[in-house]
Design a binder for this molecule. Structure first.
Ligand code: C2G
Length: 131
């Protein structure tokens, strides 16, 4: 069984998130998704609309996702990959090169981002159009 892992905030879940999860799962047979906790997001300088409980529940409900774990730090990836016996680490290509150091313990694959959508744009859109 080929196991895949990916990481993210997944706030205001949108098609870009769905596409990366669909394609991540297609790389193997079992997909683990590490969802950033609210505490870690403040480290990343990100303020979320949805709290961790909501974001992780939504991701867990996606049919491509087999398991959700919490992402509390930048440094946990290596131990996650070892502990969960991961074969492939994948992220959107806005992260290209950033995690190549993991290539000694798993395959590292960067997938094209879905064009034209981001949580940041969604927030701006909602604010400017005050729906
Ligand atoms: N993504 C995508 N296309 C978009 C938007 C996002 O493919 N239009 C991908 C990103 O490349 C990432 C995943 O969806 O792989 C989650 O994106 P975010 O929730 O923005 O996560 P991020 O802030 O990049 O956190 O340790 C890694 C970090 O937790 C990644």
């Amino acid at each position: 069984m080929k196991k895949v892992i990916t990481y993210g905030t997944f706030d205001l879940f949108h098609l870009g998130h769905l596409e990366i999860l669909r394609r991540a799962k297609a790389l193997g047979d079992y997909l683990v998704v590490a969802v950033s906790t609210d505490e870690f997001n403040s480290v990343k300088g990100k303020r979320c609309v949805y709290p961790y409980e909501h974001r992780s529940s939504i991701v867990q409900a996606i049919k491509y996702v087999d398991q959700v774990i919490a992402e509390d730090s930048w440094e946990q990836k290596r131990s996650d990959i070892i502990n969960h016996k991961i074969d492939i680490f994948t992220m959107g290509d806005d992260w290209t090169g950033k995690f190549d150091d993991l290539a000694d313990i798993c395959e590292v694959i960067y997938l094209d981002r879905t064009k034209g959508i981001s949580t940041t744009d969604l927030k701006a859109n909602i604010t400017n159009n005050s729906y």
